[in-house]
Design a protein around this ligand. Structure first.
Ligand code: C2E
Ligand code: MG
Ligand code: MG
Ligand code: MG
Length: 276
């Protein structure tokens, strides 16, 4: 583009990106101690009854100079450096404490979903960590669900064992962003999971007959394998109609509620309104 006789030895864009990544990596160190993390909560809804049944905890980070950094940006960095292990533990503990607080206050009972990274999931003491947090927070394991992505399938044998241990503990598990990764029907048959979460990309355009066919087929397979199926990223009424038509009963998305801080989420619990 710059014509001939032009050497470009320095690319400021790449430099900026690297600099930002380094900044994030350094910033993540000590972010827990500095109270820079918080959790937002988003409703999960039974679209047949219109009632909220659960909530997903989503991590937020406020960096002193960079401002709010999206988890989509800092989680991969934390995974790379291993910082995700202690961050993930903080998330689980904080979310379990919060749910327990709401239960103790007599608010309607809903289950809690927490995202878990593969790297965290594969730690030797992962099960012990979950068990400890449940004990410390006095949360009944049946209210906890862990969302894991399809990439655990690369280690099918080990993952299956961990999932079984979680099941013994009474913790439910869910495959997040289902349909975008490595899932095979064999894995779906083998893995002891309880829920599949249909990826937002299929939900975005449900006017596309191909997406409809996929949603219908996955819901059918999931249901016959005794799995709960939930759709993520629902933004419009029309999508709810389509999903219910294809027997997908559970949903999550901006239409029902955006992820919000605990104080604000409490309003959903207090209102106990119908979402559909
Ligand atoms: P995810 O687990 O698939 O979470 C859903 C993401 O979609 C969230 O983005 C949520 O805010 C967003 N979302 C929900 N409904 C809608 C909708 O109707 N429209 C649109 N456009 N977006 C919607 P968020 O909070 O930015 O998180 C992004 C990803 O970061 C998560 O994807 C998850 O993979 C990861 N993440 C977030 N918190 C944690 C955590 O505590 N631990 C780990 N390991 N990963 C986390
Ligand atoms: Mg998730
Ligand atoms: Mg998801
Ligand atoms: Mg997603």
């Amino acid at each position: 583009e710059k014509g001939k006789n032009n050497f470009q030895l320095y690319n400021p864009t790449i430099h900026n990106l690297l600099f930002r990544k380094m900044n994030i990596e350094n910033g993540l160190r000590g972010a827990i101690e500095k109270n820079q993390f918080s959790l937002h909560y988003q409703p999960k809804v039974d679209m047949r009854t219109g009632k909220m049944v659960g909530t997903e905890a989503l991590l937020r980070w406020e960096h002193p100079e960079l401002g709010i950094v999206s988890p989509a940006e800092f989680i991969p960095v934390a995974e790379e450096t291993g910082q995700i292990v202690s961050i993930g533990e903080w998330v689980l503990k904080t979310a379990c404490e919060q749910i327990k607080k709401w239960q103790t206050a007599g608010l309607p009972l809903i289950y809690l979903s927490v995202n878990v990274s593969v790297r965290q999931f594969q730690q030797n003491d992962f099960i012990q960590m979950v068990r400890n947090i449940l004990q410390e927070t006095h949360l009944d394991a049946h209210f906890l669900e862990l969302e894991i992505t399809e990439s655990i399938i690369q280690n099918l044998k080990q993952s299956t064992e961990i999932l079984y241990d979680l099941r013994v503990l009474g913790v439910r598990t869910s495959i997040d962003d289902f349909g975008t990764g490595y899932s095979s029907l064999y894995a779906l048959k083998t893995l002891p999971v309880d829920v599949i979460k249909l990826d937002k990309s299929f939900i975005d355009d449900l006017n596309d007959p191909a997406n409809q066919a996929i949603v219908k087929a996955i819901t059918e397979i999931g249901t016959s394998l005794n799995l709960q199926v939930i759709a993520e990223g629902i933004e419009e009424e029309q999508q709810v109609k389509m999903l219910l038509k294809h027997n997908c009963r559970y949903g999550q998305g901006y239409l029902f509620g955006r992820p919000v801080p605990a104080k604000e989420f409490e309003k959903h619990l207090l209102n106990n309104r119908n979402f559909v």
